[in-house]
Design a protein around this ligand. Structure first.
Ligand SMILES: NC(=O)c1ccc[n+]([C@@H]2O[C@H](COP(=O)([O-])OP(=O)(O)OC[C@H]3O[C@@H](n4cnc5c(N)ncnc54)[C@H](O)[C@@H]3O)[C@@H](O)[C@H]2O)c1
Length: 258
């Protein structure tokens, strides 16, 4: 991918760690100048051309950051809506403010960033948006609560609607749906035993790495996906075609492995 994004300016939200950091690194390695937007500080090793401390749920802050990126880096070509939060809760235990915060960050954040960025993408004559949803959007979240499932499902709806509406401006809008990705978000909220159980459920046999998701995001943002818009790419190691049986058990029963 070296040079594939030469001269391009890419905004990545939630770029401080996890999938966002891997995505920022991959775009930078492919020649892009990356603007990192995050609540938390970005480490000195992140190859970012611009860093903005922003809560994506705060519309005014997002507008100001995107305007600064366009002014300072000369334009915007790609937006990656990656910032997201999750917390374990059930329908009856989920507090009102947790529901509202989750919807504001996981769905309102991408909406704020999209709305702020579209004028800049139009001034470039087109561009690409990649929304980071989840396979929870196809079924439900096991690690997060109903808020997370609802917000990520909404994000796929926003992806489809925006793709249709923005096609006239040559702006493509797609989504990735990661399965279980080993990031700080997951490490903070699971035990080693739980992680071992999850790995057994992935047909391709391991946790997904942040770099696996980054590669799919770069594909959707790049020329190879020139005729993809409104699409959803699962990066899930085969989880969506599984019925939940540990994969090794299935493979043994069918004689696929000794
Ligand atoms: N890790 C997984 O298994 C998994 C699976 C499917 C989807 N996802 C999605 O991928 C995205 C990244 O997840 P991750 O696992 O890398 O998480 P992470 O917690 O490791 O990193 C998320 C980053 O987003 C930032 N962030 C959080 N809220 C923000 C806000 N309001 N404004 C700006 N920045 C904010 C955090 O500071 C952090 O740097 C999220 O949208 C998440 O829902 C993750």
């Amino acid at each position: 991918m070296a040079g594939a994004f030469d001269g391009k300016v890419v905004i990545v939200t939630g770029a401080a760690r996890g999938i966002g950091a891997a995505t920022a690194r991959a775009f930078a390695a492919a020649g892009a100048r990356v603007a990192a937007l995050d609540l938390r500080g970005v480490g000195p090793d992140l190859p970012a051309a611009a860093v903005h401390a922003v809560d994506v749920a705060d519309r005014a802050a997002v507008d100001a950051a995107v305007a600064a990126v366009e002014r300072d880096l000369g334009g915007v070509d790609v937006l990656v809506n990656n910032a997201g939060i999750g917390h374990a809760a059930s329908l009856e235990t989920l507090a009102d403010d947790a529901w509202e915060r989750s919807l504001s960050v996981n769905l309102g954040g991408p909406f704020n960033c999209l709305r702020a960025t579209v004028p800049a993408l139009r001034r470039r004559g087109g561009g690409a948006v990649v929304n980071v949803a989840s396979i929870a959007a196809h079924r439900m979240s096991y690690h997060g609560g109903p808020d997370y499932t609802a917000a990520k499902s909404g994000l796929l709806g926003l992806t489809r609607h925006a793709a249709f509406e923005l096609a006239v401006h040559d702006i493509r809008v797609n989504a990735v749906c990661p399965g279980p990705v080993l990031t700080p978000l997951v490490e903070e909220s699971t035990t080693a035993e739980e992680r071992a159980v999850t790995a057994k459920l992935v047909p391709l046999g391991r946790w997904i790495a942040p770099e696996d998701v980054a590669a799919a995001i770069l594909f959707l943002a790049g020329p190879g996906a020139a005729m993809c818009t409104g699409a959803t790419l699962d990066v899930d190691g085969g989880m969506m075609v599984s019925n939940g049986t540990p994969y090794a058990d299935y493979a043994r029963r069918r004689g696929l492995v000794a």
